[in-house]
Each structure stands twice: as structure tokens, then as C-alpha cells.
Write a protein that binds this ligand. Sequence first.
Ligand code: Z5A
Length: 214
Amino acid sequence: MVKIPGRFITIEGGEGAGKSTHIELIVQWLNAQGIDHLRTREPGGTPLAEEVRKLLLERHDEPLQPMTELLLIFAARAQHLQTLIEPALSRGQWVLCERFTDSTYVYQGCGRGLPQENVATLEALVQGSRRPDYTFLLDVPVEVGLRRAAKRGQLDRFESEPAVFFHKIRNAYLERARREPGRFLVIDANRAAREIARDIETTLARIAGEGRNV
Ligand code: Z5A
């Protein structure tokens, strides 16, 4: 394995943007480069956090309140960060995480209407100063993403939201990317997977190059 300092890279985007597809391709690229890495996801990533994920995605007779949803997400994140992500970064691994706190700002903040300050308070409490080094934002028109995701069949609690919810999500992601252009790498994901993968790999090669100079 090549020794390059660990990087914390997150993949974000709405429904059917291609996050799972491309994280798989990134893993193949990292393997080919010999870069030691860990692939994970949120909510989830550890056995306990995956239990919380089930609670969050399943439909319940008793509606899950937005604040409960927010606290469950950060409870899972605390477990995930402390037991998996931080140790991997300390070992010098690259961590590739499908969704992270940008999802919380966008879904619980803009989607559910909770104050952004509540998210920021929990972010500081749970993460301290830990933030992703880079975030790929896979951007697709809402209708395209929903069409892709619909092919999978039964909808979970989030997927059952109306289209207007997903328009808010897309706009909120793009706004966050505009505010942090150094961290966000916005990828037009309304193209053939091959073309998207090529763009992502070019960026990863640059990031790996930065690592070699550290
Ligand atoms: N959530 C939250 O509210 N707050 C938080 O803080 C966090 C999460 C962390 C679970 O996420 C839910 O948790 C999420 C928000 C909430 N719910 N929503 N919505 P998830 O990541 O597990 O669920 P998801 O976003 O719904 O994943 P997804 O629909 O599977 O999307 P994806 O991973 O981006 O897409 P994919 O599986 O790679 O691709 C979908 C299909 O499109 C598949 O058939 C592919 O073969 C196809 N595809 C992919 N790329 C292409 C291209 N380029 N062309 C054509 N077809 C393609």
C-alpha cells in the first residue's frame, strides 16, 4: 500500500444521484492505486448505528418527530465517528463515507425545517472540529434521480416524501456548495456513469497528489 496521509471524503446528493454506484467505482480506483481506505455510510456504518438507520428509514405508526430524527442521526454519528471513522483516519486510511453532516443540514434543516443552528450545535458537540476534507456532490435534476430510484421498488420513509421536498434538498445542497467551494466538488451526475467516474478519478488523483507533498 502507498503511504499517503488519510483523507476524509464524503459523497452527497439527492435520491438516485448515483452515490452508491460511484463510491463503488472510487473504491476500485483506490484499490488500483494501492491507497488504504475504509468505505462506510450514514446513517449507519457500525452494527449499532445500522440499528438506528433501520429506525430512521422504516415507516412507523407513530410519526417520528423532526427533532427525534435529528437526535437519532447524531446519536448514530457519534457511535460511527468514535468507533470507526476517527480510528481509521488515525491509522492514515482514507475514509469514504456515503452521506454525512451535509445531509443533516439539508434534510433535517431545509427539508424538515429545523433551525440550522440546532444542527450546528450538535455538529460541534458530536464532531468537535472534524469535518470532511472533500465532499463530492452528485447533482441531478430531481425528476431524473426519482426516476432512477423508483426502479428499486418499495419506498422508505424519506423516499415517500413529495417532489417538492426533494427540490428543497437539491437547492440546499447547491447553496452549501456555493458557500464552501474549496471543500465541495460538484459533479454533473446527469450523464453516463463512465463520464462521471472519469471526472471523479481526475479529482481523486489531484487529492492523492496533494497528499504526497504533505
Ligand atoms: N438522511 C438524513 O435525512 N439525514 C442525514 O444526516 C443522513 C441521511 C446521513 C438514507 O440515505 C436516507 O437517510 C436518505 C436521507 C437520510 N434518504 N433519502 N432520500 P441513502 O443514502 O441510503 O438513500 P438514498 O439517497 O435514497 O440512496 P439512493 O437512492 O440509493 O441513491 P444513490 O446511492 O445516490 O444512487 P445509486 O443507488 O447509485 O443509483 C440509483 C439507481 O440509478 C441505480 O439503479 C443505478 O444503477 C442508477 N444509476 C446510477 N448512476 C446512473 C447514471 N449515471 N445514469 C443512469 N443510471 C444511473
